[in-house]
Design a protein around this ligand. Structure first.
Ligand SMILES: O=C(O)CCC(=O)C(=O)O
Ligand SMILES: [Fe+2]
Length: 302
């Protein structure tokens, strides 16, 4: 049967390649879920391009594009209107207990310097968490049907959560949170991806990984054309699981407990393990875990 190359499959292929899986691994995973070898190859070729044709597993290290100039055409959204630094970074220079994020005070619970990790409280209020969950739940239900049809949900054993992306500013609640993050991290809204929402059922986890795009992977140059590298991540907890589900940083043996409205921010100045930003979502032991993840890019992500 001919498999349609849906946007969900395209995104899955790009994400898997970016996460470090070889083309051969992707092809095998697709075949296991019922794809014909030739159709899988065509799909990989369509998404990842010439690297597949040449049978290359790796491309030469792609240069990280220089950060775009601050707000080159004066379209910066609300939230941050200054000149960003080299990395997203909250204004913690004089150790404040909280920071003004444009529309509210956000508490600073923990700040680690190396790697840069900051835990915030009251970044989101309960109503915002509930609205994001409600809007995402609808979409997850639909994408689940697609996933079952294509085998999409079986192939990534490293991530047993279900996920969806909102477009940037897709709903007023998304735009409000994006503006708040821009103010808090001094990074323009335009240099951020839309929110990703993940739902973990009991037993689900996200094994340790890096969020930057691995320069050695064939899909990376294509991905970097839109917005450049990822420089920082904000994982926002939309609920409090009963037990388990911490965000873990194995290199520094740190574990962040998920609590509704809290968030963990971390940044990485290079797409390299030396940043010590290896992290994962530990298995949820009881209850569900919902998070919204925001990735900040070096350039405009349009
Ligand atoms: O669920 C978590 O705690 C981590 C999520 C994560 O690493 C991601 O969305 O990239
Ligand atoms: Fe991650």
């Amino acid at each position: 049967m001919k498999q349609p190359l849906t946007p969900a499959i395209r995104r899955w292929i790009a994400e898997q390649a970016a996460a470090g899986h070889s083309i051969a691994t992707l092809q095998a995973a697709m075949e296991q879920t019922g794809w014909q070898p030739e159709t899988a190859r065509e799909a990989l070729k369509a998404v990842l391009g010439a690297a597949v044709v040449a049978g290359l597993k790796q491309l030469a290290e792609a240069p990280v594009p220089a950060p775009a100039p601050a707000d080159p055409d004066g379209r910066a959204g609300p939230g941050f209107s200054g000149t960003p630094g080299a990395l997203p970074e909250p204004a913690l220079e004089d150790d404040p207990p909280s920071l003004w994020a444009g529309d509210r005070e956000v508490g600073v619970v923990v700040a680690m310097r190396q790697p840069r990790i900051v835990v915030f409280e009251d970044l989101l209020d309960a109503a915002e968490c509930e609205e994001i969950i409600a809007r995402a739940r609808d979409r997850l239900a639909r994408s689940h049907t697609v996933a079952v049809a294509t085998g999409d949900s079986e192939v990534n054993a490293a991530r047993t959560s279900e996920g969806m992306f909102f477009g940037r500013g897709e709903h007023p609640v998304c735009a409000r949170i994006e503006a708040r993050l821009a103010a808090l991290l001094r990074w323009p809204v335009e240099r951020g991806e839309g929110l990703q929402v993940l739902r973990y059922a009991p037993g689900a986890q996200y094994k340790p990984h890096y969020d930057y795009f691995d320069p050695a992977q064939p899909g990376t140059p294509g991905i970097l054309k839109r917005g450049g590298q990822r420089l920082a991540t904000v994982v926002m907890y939309l609920n409090t699981p009963t037990r388990g589900g911490a965000t873990t940083f194995p290199d520094v043996k740190l574990q962040v407990a998920p609590r509704r409205g809290h968030a963990v921010f971390f940044s990485y100045d290079r797409p390299h393990p030396a940043t010590q930003t290896l992290h994962g979502g530990a298995p949820v032991l009881e209850g569900e875990k919902w998070v919204a993840t925001k990735w900040l890019r070096a350039g405009r992500f349009d």
